[in-house]
Design a protein around this ligand. Structure first.
Ligand SMILES: Nc1ncnc2c1ncn2[C@@H]1O[C@H](COP(=O)(O)OP(=O)(O)OP(=O)(O)O)[C@@H](O)[C@H]1O
Length: 609
């Protein structure tokens, strides 16, 4: 964005930042504005008093008379300086109260906007960049406001000095304002360069952040050690960090160059202003008394214009980031959830017809012309090799993604027309990578949404998933915090977590249950328990089961075999293993592997004939 474009949008941005401040802390905002106005008046009064004092002291007459003439001005000067100082302290205090509150609110608004985007947004690299920029914009939201305050303060100083100067000689003022221009240009140029460095290195910054997380997180600490990955990871980290540093260094160098040019021209312009002042004095166009007062006013206006240039440039910089934030909020990065309002009632059937789905930026379809129906009361298993499209299909069934072709309909209503937030109340999903919330066991199961029946319902869900044994083993039962990141928390094993994730889904009174590799970390007994209960679970639910363990899919009513995103087989387990095809092939492979250990002789137990 150019300076001109931003300048035209700045009033709107300022209004939005003021609205933000108004929302979070009205008294502080009003207090700040009052302080700024009164402070400006005090400054102007002080300068006028200064001029009055100098004028009185330089006038002709006895020294006592001159001192007597000056004392009122001195008193006003002292009072104005005192008031200015007190208001400065009050401004700082109110600012330090308002800025973090505005920043926090901006972050909350950013998070709310993020939670309201289509899931597919996360598959788009452009979205990540916009999201990162907006996150940064939220951090700067408070600063924009503080910078606005600085701008007002500096403008007040300039106006006060200008008022005094203009009363001495009209030529001084435009000259002085001209002197501030080069510095303003330099500051804005430096801000723009820094901004360009930021946008061009956004992916690099994300990589640095991710590497830093992986290098220091508990989750990866063991694999880094056993994989002896430290040198490799640190090399990568240093390379990324150096790339970023280089870009920042280039931006700083360019900024310094602009500052130098600005300072040179600014200095030259100031020299001209002082020369004019001297000329006015020398030619008698200005009295010595007025000249002395003008010198003070000049310093004041110079510092004011410098402040205006500085704050203006910072405002330009903050405005650019703030703009990212406001754009993201308005458009949710271009991915705001915008679907129909239809309210799902019972969800007795999910019907998929000629469904095609392609991920954003992908070269081929992840799903192609898929048709199937899942009804309440039945278990449908999705089977296929890695990458065949099972998880993608389950996300479309749950309405997390919308088809790029064909339809997914819940009881005849297209998922595009459903109110998504109401629809998701009807879904319970155990994904492959389930969340391990840093909350207690109860909150991990209820997901913060208790149902009537309280702990009895939790207990029933835990018994169905095997999580009852996990909870019974915890020091504080359901109240135990499930992370060691805080004192008193306990750590669970992978399988124990999976039991809890299953309890989470079973607890939810949702008619569509999707289980994606739900027993991958479970021991045989726990796994048996899940599949033994699957029929009961399906009594009042439509269950979609994804698993590579084909022995488990025999519990399903129907099996859909996927390959490269297409349905290649569809039928009951008995029918599909009886006929040649992919399922039978996979089944035989798994059976052969399962048969091997029982045919082997345990070493040391060989019988002699
Ligand atoms: N977020 C994504 N962005 C782009 N492509 C994706 C994304 N997620 C999956 N894919 C692609 O879509 C295809 C289907 O992936 P999907 O996860 O549905 O397979 P799957 O059958 O569940 O595999 P697995 O058995 O390994 O879990 C794959 O080719 C994969 O590369």
């Amino acid at each position: 964005m150019t300076f001109r474009q931003l300048a035209t949008r700045l009033p709107q941005l300022t209004a939005r930042s003021v609205a933000l401040a108004w929302r979070v802390d009205r008294p502080a905002l009003l207090g700040l504005l009052t302080c700024q106005v009164v402070s400006g008046i005090a400054e102007a009064t002080g300068l006028l008093a200064m001029a009055g004092t100098i004028g009185a002291l330089f006038s002709s007459g006895h020294v006592v008379e001159r001192l007597l003439d000056a004392w009122v001005s001195v008193l006003v000067l002292v009072a104005a300086a005192g008031l200015h100082a007190v208001l400065g302290i009050a401004t700082n205090w109110l600012s330090s109260r308002l800025v973090p509150a505005a920043q926090q609110e901006a972050e909350v608004m950013f998070l709310e906007a993020t939670l309201n985007v289509e899931l597919s947004a996360y598959d788009s690299p452009g979205f990540r960049d916009r999201k990162d920029a907006a996150e940064r914009g939220a951090e700067w939201a408070g600063d924009l406001f503080a910078t606005g305050q600085d701008l007002i303060a500096s403008a007040a100083t300039t106006a006060a000095g200008a008022l005094v100067l203009a009363s001495f000689h009209p030529v001084l003022l435009p000259l002085l304002l001209l002197a501030g221009l080069p510095q303003g240009w330099a500051q804005i140029h430096a801000a723009r360069t820094a901004r360009m460095a930021f946008t061009s290195t956004m992916s690099l910054s994300r990589m640095k952040y991710m590497l830093r997380w992986h290098l220091s997180a508990r989750e990866t600490a063991d694999q880094i050690r056993t994989g002896t990955m430290t040198p490799f990871l640190m090399r990568r980290y240093r390379k990324v960090a150096t790339g970023l540093y280089e870009s920042q260094r280039r931006a700083s160098a360019l900024g310094a160059r602009s500052a130098l040019i600005g300072a040179a021209f600014g200095g030259l312009a100031s020299g001209v202003v002082w020369a004019v002042l001297v000329w006015l004095l020398a030619t008698g166009r200005l009295s010595a008394a007025a000249g002395g007062a003008a010198a003070f006013a000049l310093r004041s206006v110079a510092s004011g214009t410098k402040g205006v240039a500085n704050a203006g440039a910072r405002m330009f910089r903050d405005g650019l980031y703030f703009q990212d934030w406001t754009d993201f909020l308005t458009e949710a990065g271009g991915y705001r959830i915008d679907r129909g309002r239809a309210v799902p009632e019972e969800v007795r059937e999910v019907r998929v017809e000629n469904l095609t789905y392609r991920y954003d930026g992908a070269e081929r379809d992840a799903l192609c012309e898929v048709s199937l129906t899942v009804r309440r009361g039945e278990v449908v298993a999705l089977v296929g090799e890695n990458g065949s499209g099972k998880t993608t299909l389950s996300k479309l069934l749950a309405g997390l993604y919308l088809p790029t072709g064909g339809t997914v309909a819940w009881d005849g209503v297209d998922t595009r027309d459903l109110d998504p937030h109401l629809a998701w109340k009807h879904t319970a999903v155990v994904p492959q990578d389930f969340a391990r919330w840093p909350f207690n066991a109860r909150q991990n199961i209820t997901q913060g949404q208790p149902v009537p029946g309280g702990d009895t319902v939790i207990r029933t869900a835990c018994e169905a998933s095997g999580a009852d044994e996990v909870v019974d083993g915890l020091g504080r039962g359901l109240d135990t915090l499930l992370t060691r990141d805080w004192a008193g928390g306990e750590a669970l094993s992978g399988g124990q977590w999976q039991r809890l994730a299953l309890a989470r889904a079973f607890y939810r009174p949702a008619p569509l249950l999707i289980l994606d590799e739900p027993t991958s970390a479970l021991d045989p007994r726990a796994e048996h328990r899940i599949f033994a209960n699957l029929r009961d679970l399906a009594a009042d639910r439509a269950v979609v089961l994804i698993t590579h363990r084909l022995a488990n899919v025999s519990a399903a009513d129907r099996i859909v075999v996927l390959e490269h995103g297409r349905v290649i087989q569809h039928g009951t387990f008995t029918d599909l293993v009886a006929q040649p095809g992919r399922l039978r092939e996979l089944w035989e492979l798994q059976n052969d592997r399962a048969a091997v250990p029982s045919q082997r002789t345990v070493p040391g137990t060989e019988r002699t004939p």
